[in-house]
Every structure is written in structure tokens, then in C-alpha cells.
Design a protein around this ligand. Structure first.
Ligand code: ADE
Length: 229
């Protein structure tokens, strides 16, 4: 898989994409990540990529030309499954979307900034628009890092315990059950007996019940239309 990220602040993506599972996935060749500085595609002598908004609104707008040039530069070399735009007014990003994106060969992520991009970019070049939550970040870079991270960990071979990604929260529409490690008794704080029983079927049943209970308590919205009361 190849992920191209277009941004005005490439440095913001250095940290999240150079450690741990993402770093190893890159080293193993499971994913190539290329971060592009949008200013490199500006024809302006000051490398400007924004301009004033028509209509007298406050705030700057990301201009069409550098973005169009950056995207064309990439699409002239290979075809892309999606051209994603990160913005607080995009569709909600979730695990299902991550699962879908993990099947793609090539994706572009354009990080939104300022007041956003000229709407014509969204109308003509963007195929998906994602928000990672109902709050406003200083830019779309952290959202691009979140999307990239969530997709990479799903690539076969990215996580050493192969079943691990399948048992994550949200994979079956439920939150994950609680987990415990040694010691079984820490100063009187005990691990539930059932987990020490060695009875695989009962343990699975317990985990499922715990998942349901957690989801009911913390995220009842996930169960809407699923449970019969
Ligand atoms: N850019 C600013 N806020 C954002 C958000 N919540 N999701 C995606 N991109 C953003």
C-alpha cells in the first residue's frame, strides 16, 4: 500500500509515522508513506498556498492551484483509490472506514488548513472527506496521522499477533473486554476467577458479556438497532 500525504506542515507528521508498529510496517515494506510539502507546488515566489476568501469572510482559504498541481503530479504516476480530505466538516471517520481503506492500493490524504480548501477542490478532486471527531484541530495533519495509523495496523503482517487487530474495540461493533496480566492478585486486587480457569469456551463467553456490558454502559449508541430489549 502507498499513502501520499499533502500538507503545509510536513514536520507535524514526522513523529506519529516513524515509530512502533507504523515504523516496522514501513521497514517491512507493507506500506510506503510519502509526505509532500504543498508549498513545493506553489508557483508563487513566496510559496504561498492560501488566499483571501471571496465574500468578505475572515480567514484564509487554501487555493486551488497548488493542490491541483500536487494531486496531478501524483495521479500522473499511478492511479489512486481515494483522494481524502481531512476537515472537521467531513464524514465521521470510524473503524469501518479504516477497514475499507486498508484494502486500497494507493491513497492520497490532503490535510485541510486555515478556513479550509476552495470548495471546487472538494467538488472535483476529493473522493472522501473525513472528520476524526466533533472538535476543531489547528489543521488536518493530526487527523491524517490518525487515519494513516489506523489503516496501517490493519495491514496483514503489521501486528505480530495476527488475531489482535480482529479483537480490537469496534471490530465487531462492540468495545473490547477488559484485559489483565500478572500478578493474578495485586495486594488484594484480583483478576476475575474465570480467566484463570483454563476453560476456553467459558472465557470467550465471559469476554463477550463484558464487551456487551461495557458497550451498554459507555457507548449505548453502538448498540442501537442491534439489541432486542
Ligand atoms: N481539521 C481540523 N479539525 C479536524 C477534525 N476534527 N477532523 C479532521 N480534520 C480536522
Amino acid at each position: 500500500m502507498r499513502i501520499d500525504i499533502i500538507t503545509v506542515i510536513p514536520q507535524l507528521l514526522d513523529g506519529p509515522l516513524t515509530h512502533s508498529i507504523v515504523k516496522r510496517a514501513r521497514e517491512k515494506g507493507l506500506v510506503e508513506i510519502h509526505v509532500h510539502d504543498l508549498r513545493d507546488f506553489s508557483l508563487d515566489k513566496h510559496r504561498r498556498v492560501d488566499d483571501y476568501a471571496f465574500g468578505g469572510d475572515a480567514g484564509m482559504v487554501m487555493a486551488i492551484e497548488p493542490i491541483q498541481r500536487a494531486i496531478s503530479h501524483l495521479t500522473s504516476q499511478r492511479s489512486y483509490d481515494e483522494v481524502i480530505y481531512t476537515s472537521p466538516d467531513g464524514n465521521s471517520y470510524n473503524q469501518q472506514e479504516a477497514n475499507r481503506l486498508a484494502l486500497a492500493d494507493n491513497i492520497i490524504i490532503l490535510c485541510g488548513h486555515y478556513k479550509g480548501v476552495d470548495q471546487r477542490i472538494r467538488d472535483h478532486l476529493i473522493t472522501r472527506e473525513f472528520s476524526i471527531g466533533d472538535y476543531v484541530l489547528t489543521g488536518g495533519e493530526l487527523a491524517a496521522a490518525v487515519i494513516t495509523d489506523s489503516v496501517i495496523r490493519l495491514l496483514p503482517g503489521a501486528i505480530s499477533d495476527e488475531t489482535s487487530a480482529l479483537t480490537d474495540s469496534f471490530q465487531d461493533g462492540l468495545l473490547a473486554p477488559p484485559v489483565y496480566t500478572r500478578p493474578a492478585d495485586y495486594q488484594g486486587w484480583k483478576v476475575p476467577e474465570i480467566l484463570l480457569s483454563g476453560h476456553a469456551a467459558k472465557i470467550d463467553q465471559w469476554k463477550h458479556e463484558q464487551s456487551l456490558e461495557r458497550t451498554r454502559k459507555l457507548r449505548p449508541d453502538l448498540l442501537e438497532g442491534k439489541e432486542e430489549d
